[in-house]
Design a protein around this ligand. Structure first.
Ligand code: APR
Ligand code: ZN
Ligand code: ZN
Length: 361
């Protein structure tokens, strides 16, 4: 029988979100119901509310979540009731052309629950990124649940479900930062700071944080940056070259998602260096570059989706490193809030005041 729980709904374009009773069906084959313990507030939730992703209102928001599996449907063997899990939006299919070639981190056919959660009147909900976790419970595909060490706080663990994993993975997986590398990170919000943490973990010898806000640069230093550049007052390309013997960084991570910062990243790298774009551009943005510079500088221009993560490989590993004190994921939790506070958290996020607000349940 479907259960009635509370969930945060975006009812229509730019309308304030509201708490509603939602119906969560019992899990069908391959599905799981997860009791949510914590869920971070992400820019993508705001984009859904603003109609910037698609028009499939009403949305059930929330997707950076951790909780405990309550029940599973037929055929589910990887997780069981009682397991502490982080939810992911990359439940790999095992059968698409990426999976078959041994590259499941690029799975092109990731799946979600087949049944729909609804409002009490039967209106079907569109769960954000196939998750919908600003709710007491949510229904997902079992493959969206990754077991991790339950010793970690749920508010910390859930952040691996999106932005923090995107940033750490941009450095570790996409950028392949190595020991002794010089790394620059342009844009030090939650994603850029996570890239700083990833670069530090990988053994980068220099980590140059670039932002237009001195407060963000101070935070980046606390996350492991070794140098900072305020690109309002200094040319970031010149500054990064000056800090790297005149050559540029081995890996430059762009965590803003704008053409001008991408160009900075492009020119701030050493010959044969790597640019990683993890910031998400908007549809109207275009980029113009001399093709000879693209050729002449060699190296790699890469985009990073979800930090090219493989949840089953990366989530437990990063939680273990956090529990051992080798990375500090708790530093990304600026505040914990109630489920009724999502709308006000959007305002604080918009003002740039927080790395992450996390709803705890
Ligand atoms: N140059 C340098 N830094 C900039 C610039 C710029 N021109 N413009 C903005 N920034 C900085 C902001 O000051 C802020 O610190 O970029 C940072 C962006 O951080 P957030 O807004 O907190 O965004 P975050 O959650 O880190 O995500 C960054 O990645 O996943 C995507 O959609 C997300 O595109 C966004 C990006
Ligand atoms: Zn696949
Ligand atoms: Zn997100």
């Amino acid at each position: 029988m479907a259960q009635e729980v509370r969930g945060v709904i975006a009812p229509g374009k730019n309308e304030p979100v509201r708490l509603e009773t939602i119906l969560v069906p019992d899990p069908g084959p391959g599905e799981a119901v997860v009791k949510i313990q914590a869920c971070g507030v992400c820019h993508t939730d705001l984009h859904y509310k603003q109609g910037g992703i698609n028009d499939d209102f009403p949305f059930l928001l929330g997707h950076e979540a951790a909780g405990v599996v309550e029940s599973v449907g037929a055929g589910v063997t990887d997780v069981a009731p009682g397991d502490f899990v982080v939810l992911n939006w990359r439940a790999v299919c095992g059968a698409c052309r990426a999976c078959l070639r041994g590259r499941p981190q690029y799975c092109f056919d990731t799946h979600n629950a087949r049944q729909k959660m609804t409002l009490k009147d039967g209106t079907e909900l569109s769960p954000a990124l196939g998750i919908g976790a600003f709710a007491d419970k949510t229904l997902v595909a079992a493959g969206q649940c990754t077991k991790v060490d339950p010793a970690v706080s749920p508010a910390v663990a859930g952040l691996l479900g999106c932005g923090v994993m995107a940033g750490i993975g941009a450095a570790l997986n996409t950028g392949q930062v190595g020991r002794g590398d010089a790394v620059a990170v342009i844009g030090c919000g939650g994603v850029g700071d996570a890239a700083v943490v990833g670069a530090r973990l990988a053994g980068a010898s220099k980590i140059i944080a670039v932002d237009i806000d001195d407060g963000k640069l101070t935070t980046a230093l606390s996350m492991g940056a070794t140098h900072t550049v305020n690109s309002r007052t200094a040319d970031p390309v010149e500054a990064i070259r000056d800090l790297t013997g005149g050559f540029g960084a081995d890996v430059v991570i762009e965590a803003v998602g704008r053409p001008e910062t991408y160009k900075q990243a492009f020119y701030a790298r050493d010959l044969a260096g790597t640019v990683v774009l993890v910031g998400v551009p908007t549809p109207e943005m275009t980029l113009e570059l001399p093709l000879l510079d693209v050729f002449g500088r060699g190296g790699a221009l890469k985009s990073s989706w979800y930090g090219d993560c493989l949840p089953s490989r990366d989530f437990p590993m990063l939680i273990d490193l956090h529990l051992q004190g080798r990375i500090d994921l708790a530093a990304f939790v600026t505040e914990t809030i109630g489920i009724e506070d999502v709308e006000s958290a959007f305002a604080r996020m918009h003002a740039g005041d927080v790395l992450r607000s996390v709803v705890t349940l």
